[in-house]
Every structure is written in structure tokens, then in C-alpha cells.
Design a protein around this ligand. Structure first.
Ligand SMILES: Cc1cc2nc3c(=O)[nH]c(=O)nc-3n(C[C@H](O)[C@H](O)[C@H](O)COP(=O)(O)OP(=O)(O)OC[C@H]3O[C@@H](n4cnc5c(N)ncnc54)[C@H](O)[C@@H]3O)c2cc1C
Length: 378
């Protein structure tokens, strides 16, 4: 691969060892009990794997591409765990860009070290993309912000140590704060309650749930940033989550492909492995492989550009998520068929990838919405 070198080969080997020893044994428990991977996150932090993405100024490695390799390898074994790690940049990038040293020291650095879990709470029942209709408010009272309202579909709900919450600035207090703001709310703040945790088709182990804020008070210093309320905020903030989620889709597609290929090379009809016996099957594998490699080229090209400081990648990042979602789902679906009856059996752990692929089409922004962002720029 053009982007690999000796250092990255060693990194990938270390990630593979980590994923085999820490993640694979936990997959069944996650599937069956929805257990959150706190311990996995803590260990990844200790090994410096989360720091791969964080900027050098705060002690990270500042490498999008290396973090992409991490997400890819982890997602081969568990797309859900991969997405837990993908949610870390989503939950901390705006916190970093607000540039407040206290918030960075208290929240971002422990997150980079795997000691804290972030969450990003934007979506409301009016529709995840209808920012202008959101009703959660932040009012200024003295040197505090008072939050009232609710959020839904928040990844890491009930498991996070802090939430970055998108609020409408409550009139008459909006000037000079813009019409909306992002506020950091620690999980243990009085007035914040965790509501229902959803039972999803996939991503078992990733907690997705509701938050309620009732006269929830945080100091004014927790105000991260203010902005004007419009949909461009969603579009502008979309490329980071889009490209990290796409890395997880790539890993998920590779993971299910590799398992299925190994099975078909082993499974015999008569004396011959079905992979050898049926040309149609080899062609299907070849098609799937081509789709995976196409996706890899797109994703790692974007990651390499980001590392060079070229941020003019929004459209390609959104394309990677939209096409990655389609490719992951298609590969997982075909793999079920390639394995025959055994592909449908839960214990064989193939259908999990298909269920996870469905969730990735929506979590971290739906692929229809991202397609609409691209369409609006035509
Ligand atoms: C597993 C999971 C994790 C999530 N994690 C988070 C999180 O951490 N934080 C958070 O804030 N939200 C999160 N979400 C919410 C997610 O962003 C929304 O579900 C998504 O934006 C769709 O919104 P909705 O569910 O309200 O559907 P609706 O808005 O009702 O959408 C219905 C349909 O309309 C389409 N649609 C909506 N808007 C547009 C548009 N502008 N252009 C074209 N089509 C459109 C949708 O794609 C969908 O097909 C998560 C969701 C899931 C399922």
C-alpha cells in the first residue's frame, strides 16, 4: 500500500495484537449484554492509540492517517468498538477548537489518555438535521448557564464523562452570544438526567440514548463557542465524523470479507473447497475485493491530505462515508449468502457485520443528509 512504511507496519502489528487480545474476547459479551467497552478504551489510551489523532501541541501524534489505520484494524473485529473510538474526535474536535486551556486540560487530555469518554449531544426529536428547530436552551444567569430541554440518539449516553451540548441561546440573552452555543456539561451535573437507552439493530455495546436537562447549571467558563443557528454548522462539522466513520466501514467490510473467504476456502463440496469449485463464487469475492480497495484508496487519500494540512477534502470525506456505508452493507450482505446457511447463524458472527452496517448509515449523520450536502453544492 502506498501509504505504508516500516513504522506503520509496526503500528498495525501492535494494533492487531491489541485488537486480538483486548477486543475479540469482549465481542460476544457486547453483543449479548450491550456492555460498554470502558476497559478497552482505557487500555487503548494507555498504549497511546487514542493519542494518534490528537494534536502534538497537547501531547498527541497529530496523525489522521495513523488513527485511520487504528480504526480500520479495530473495526475488522468490531465495527461497534471502532465507532466508539471514531466518536472521540467527534466529541472533542470542537472542544479543541474552542481553545480554552482549562477545558482542554480538564477534559481533552484525559480523553486522549483513555481516562474520560466524551459525547456529542445535538439531535432532538424534531429531526437530527433540523438545527433551526431545536428547542434545548441555554440562558445566562449571573456567571452561570442554565440549560433546559432534551436530546435524543446521543452516542455514549449514560457512559460519557461529559457532553458537548448544542443549545439555543435563550432570548433576551442572545446578544452578544449568537443564536446558539455549544456548552460542556459534566455527566454528574445536577439537573442532567439520562433517559431511555435504545435497543438498536446493531452496534450493541454502543450506548445510544436520551438526555434531559432541567435547570441544569454549569459555569459560564463551560461555554465552548457560540454561532448562528443554521444548517451550515452541520455541513461544516461533518467531514471529521464522516471520514472516521468511513474508516470503520472499511474495517468492517474487510473483517467480514476475510472471515468469509477463509470459510469458503475451507468448506468442501466433495473433495473440493467451494471457493475452488465455483467460479461464480470467486468472481463475487473479486468484485467485493475491488469495492473494498476502491474505498481504501478514497479514504487514505483523504487522510494523507489532512496530514499535509490540506483541509479541502469535505466532499471526498462525505463521499467516503456515503459510499463506505453502501460498500460495507453490500459486502456484509453478500458474505451471508456466500456462507450459505451458516451465514445466517448468529453464532458464526457474520450477520453482526450486516446489522452494524445498517446503523453506520445513520449514526454520526445519515447518508441521505450527507448526500444532500453534496447536492446543495452542485
Ligand atoms: C446509532 C446512532 C447514533 C447516533 N449518535 C448521535 C450522537 O452522538 N449525537 C447526535 O446528536 N445525534 C446522534 N444520532 C442521531 C443522528 O444524527 C440522526 O438519527 C440523524 O441525523 C437522522 O435524524 P432523525 O433520526 O431525527 O431522522 P429524521 O430527521 O426524521 O430523518 C428521516 C429521513 O429523512 C432523511 N433526512 C433528514 N434530513 C435530511 C436532509 N437534510 N437531506 C436529506 N435527507 C434528510 C434522513 O436521512 C432519514 O432518511 C445518532 C443516531 C443513531 C441511529
Amino acid at each position: 500500500m502506498w501509504y505504508m512504511n516500516e513504522e506503520r507496519e509496526q503500528l498495525v502489528k501492535m494494533i492487531k495484537d491489541f485488537a486480538e487480545s483486548e477486543i475479540r474476547p469482549f465481542v460476544k459479551t457486547m453483543e449479548e449484554t450491550d456492555a460498554f467497552p470502558h476497559e478497552i478504551i482505557r487500555k487503548a489510551g494507555e498504549l497511546g492509540l487514542i493519542a494518534l489523532w490528537f494534536p502534538e501541541q497537547i501531547g498527541g501524534m497529530g496523525k489522521w492517517l495513523d488513527y485511520g489505520l487504528f480504526l480500520e484494524e479495530v473495526s475488522k473485529i468490531s465495527n461497534c468498538v471502532g465507532n466508539c473510538f471514531a466518536s472521540i474526535p467527534a466529541g472533542t474536535s470542537l472542544l479543541l477548537s474552542c481553545g480554552k486551556p482549562d477545558l482542554i486540560g480538564q477534559y481533552v487530555i484525559p480523553t486522549m489518555m483513555g481516562q474520560m469518554v466524551p459525547a456529542s449531544a445535538q439531535s432532538e426529536p424534531v429531526g437530527g438535521t433540523r438545527i433551526q428547530d431545536f428547542t434545548c436552551t441555554a440562558a445566562i444567569e449571573g456567571d452561570e448557564l442554565v440549560i433546559n430541554g432534551g436530546k435524543i440518539f446521543c452516542t455514549n449516553a449514560g457512559q460519557a464523562d461529559y457532553y458537548t451540548v448544542n443549545c439555543k441561546t435563550k432570548p433576551p440573552y442572545s446578544a452578544p452570544f449568537g443564536s446558539s452555543c455549544l456548552v460542556l456539561v459534566p455527566a454528574n451535573t445536577p439537573g442532567l438526567k439520562i433517559g431511555h437507552i435504545e435497543n438498536k439493530v446493531g452496534w450493541h455495546g454502543s450506548s445510544t440514548g436520551q438526555l434531559y436537562f432541567q435547570d441544569c447549571r454549569v459555569p459560564m467558563s463551560n461555554l465552548m463557542m457560540t454561532m448562528d443557528m443554521d444548517e451550515s454548522m452541520t455541513a461544516a462539522g461533518a467531514f471529521g465524523p464522516a471520514i472516521t466513520t468511513a474508516c470503520c466501514m472499511l474495517g468492517g467490510a474487510e473483517g467480514v470479507y476475510e472471515k468469509t473467504l477463509a470459510y469458503c476456502k475451507e468448506r468442501k463440496h466433495g473433495d473440493t473447497p467451494i471457493f475452488q469449485k465455483y467460479q461464480a463464487m470467486r468472481h463475487t469475492f473479486a468484485e467485493l475485493k475491488m469495492e473494498i480497495e476502491l474505498l481504501r484508496s478514497l479514504i487514505f487519500g483523504v487522510l494523507e491530505d489532512l496530514d499535509k494540512g490540506d483541509y479541502n477534502i469535505s466532499e471526498r470525506a462525505l463521499t467516503a462515508k456515503v459510499k463506505g456505508s453502501r460498500i460495507f452493507e453490500h459486502v456484509a450482505s453478500e458474505c451471508i449468502v456466500l456462507m450459505g446457511g451458516n451465514g445466517t447463524i448468529v453464532e458464526n458472527d457474520i450477520e453482526r457485520y450486516y446489522r452494524d452496517a445498517k446503523v453506520t448509515a445513520i449514526g454520526g449523520m445519515s447518508i441521505y443528509h450527507l448526500t444532500d450536502v453534496v447536492a446543495s453544492q452542485l
